[in-house]
Design a protein around this ligand. Sequence first.
Ligand code: A3P
Length: 322
Amino acid sequence: MATSNIVPELEVPLSIVEKGWKSSHLTQYQGFWLPIEFLSGVMACRERFEACKDDIMLNTTPKSGTTWLKALTFTISNRTRHDFHNHPLLTTNPHALVPNLKLDQYADDKVPDLTNLPSPRLFCSHFPYELLPTSIIESNCRIIYLCRNPKDAFVSLWHFSNNFLPEDEPPVPIEEAFELFHGGISIFGPFWEHLLGYWKASLERPERVLFMKYEELKEDPTFHLKRLAEFLGFPFSIEEERQGLVEKIERFCSFESLMSLEVNKSGKIGVLGKAMPNKNFFRRGIVGDWKNHLTAEMSEKLDQLSQQKLEAFGLTFKDVGK
Ligand code: A3P
């Protein structure tokens, strides 16, 4: 159910979705659905985050492989600093190594001190392209976007969101979540508009915006790791390739490898003000799990919507099964 409301200190009308996903209340801001507790942080961060030209900004739609992208980008860009036997990823969840833009640290006119981060600075967000901090666009820093086919992204989001419910609360019925997602109401959604913003930017500025798909990364990791390294400005040398480094990073950051680490089996990390077990970021890690959850009608509805919204711009998802 959506209701109209006014948040006095912001003086903007908001629609607050009170039901459905239950895990967080969403509010519509400039066409996108944000958790209400993020709104002032997003607005402040847009104005005050100071990007540098060398920064690398990772952006994703939620549940599209952010954890994987963080692990890969960190490992590729720090490969001369860390060897595999003593690597930070062995004991640290990727979300702790590549921070999200710290929205809570912009409260009361504050700005987080980000000056001591190693270069290149790696950041991550789920911000839609249209809402990215102004300095990210103006600095001309590199932006990497990872997305996923809507059916698997939805199923993954549904599972993940249910983790936020109190233990005595039953999971949100998938039909209820589906109606919201299909209607564009999901965290940082509408899902399709989120994709389109980065897709168009990647066509306009391919040297600064790299657009990647989860399915393609799964299908041919070697090719996409090389593409990623080149885009990052740290291409693999012939010698590194000859030594099998690309395949080594691929295996090191694979779903199976990361999920079996003790830190990702028993550790926790703060998400939306809650201590979230790291294992919640590793569920199945496959393409096509939607077939185990969506009805034929749901699948058809998402296919049609994707066709309507994305295909005209040349954006398609193939091989995700029918
Ligand atoms: P599933 O729920 O379909 O299994 P995010 O990192 O954006 O939160 O996305 C989480 C999704 O990516 C989950 O999908 C998770 O299992 C999958 N995932 C996590 N690590 C991965 C990895 N190293 N390789 C492939 N998929 C991974």
